[in-house]
Design a protein around this ligand. Structure first.
Ligand code: GDP
Ligand code: MG
Length: 222
């Protein structure tokens, strides 16, 4: 952590800056939705494309020193799409971001539930915002999102602060195999009072970045 905020200063120097405000975002959804990256299915061949790491800090990565986190997660943190990633790996990553001219330490928990929501306390207690992800080419993953949204709605009832939830339809590049209409995503989101976006972890970085920044904005609005 100390490297993130610089070295300790001598007393004659300027006082240390106050620590960055933090925003904890948990990414939820069924297996295969594209929170991470396992086998190469991206139709645009941008796997391992160029792009510089934007100062992302891994919480812990057990293999490959330069192996970044996850499909949506890694796209946001490194601008790259990584198509091979351990589906059981769950971890938290940090990135210093500037959203609307204000710096923030964005922490992203890439969850890896085996079979829908279970043992949710770890992220319910930790997150200040949630991204619930499905794959537009997989109706089952969309149905799985409803279970997550229900868990989050139930949790919100017992909470003082409202944690923003964003529903994300991923794999927009798989349009020709679409099983879930945008209108269905929109309708589910509005039923649960969430924002809704469709993205692709292997396409435009700015759309993915926009979603994460929207989460920060929503948290700031609370
Ligand atoms: P997770 O279980 O939600 O973490 O899902 P993964 O990130 O492991 O992704 C599941 C599969 O979908 C992998 O083969 C990924 O390469 C692939 N994938 C992830 N995001 C996208 C995307 O936006 N488009 C396409 N075409 N494939 C994707
Ligand atoms: Mg994963």
């Amino acid at each position: 952590m100390s490297s993130m905020f610089g070295k300790p200063r001598a007393s004659s120097e300027r006082p240390p800056q106050s620590p960055l405000p933090e925003c904890n975002v948990a990414i939820l959804g069924c297996r295969g939705a594209g929170k991470s990256g396992e086998t190469g299915t991206c139709s645009h061949g941008q796997g391992r494309a160029s792009g510089s790491c934007q100062g992302a800090v891994r919480g812990h990565l057990p293999h490959l020193p330069l192996s970044p986190p996850a499909a949506l997660t890694v796209k946001f943190l490194t601008k790259r799409f990584i198509s091979e990633y351990d589906p059981n790996l769950e971890d938290t990553y940090s990135s210093e971001e500037v959203v609307d001219q204000q710096p923030v330490l964005l922490k992203v928990m890439d969850t890896a539930d085996q079979d829908g929501p279970g043992n949710c306390e770890r992220y319910l207690c930790w997150a200040s915002a949630f991204l619930v992800v499905y794959s537009i080419d997989n109706r089952k993953s969309f149905e799985g999102c409803q279970r997550y949204l229900e868990v989050l709605a139930l949790h919100a009832q017992g909470c003082q602060r409202r944690c923003p939830v964003l529903l994300l339809g991923n794999k927009l590049d798989m349009e020709q195999y679409r099983q879930v209409l945008s209108a269905e995503g929109m309708s589910l989101a509005s039923r649960f009072g969430c924002l809704f976006h469709e993205v692709s972890a292997c396409q435009d970085f700015s759309r993915v970045q926009h979603v994460f920044h929207e989460a920060v904005r929503e948290v700031r609005r609370q």
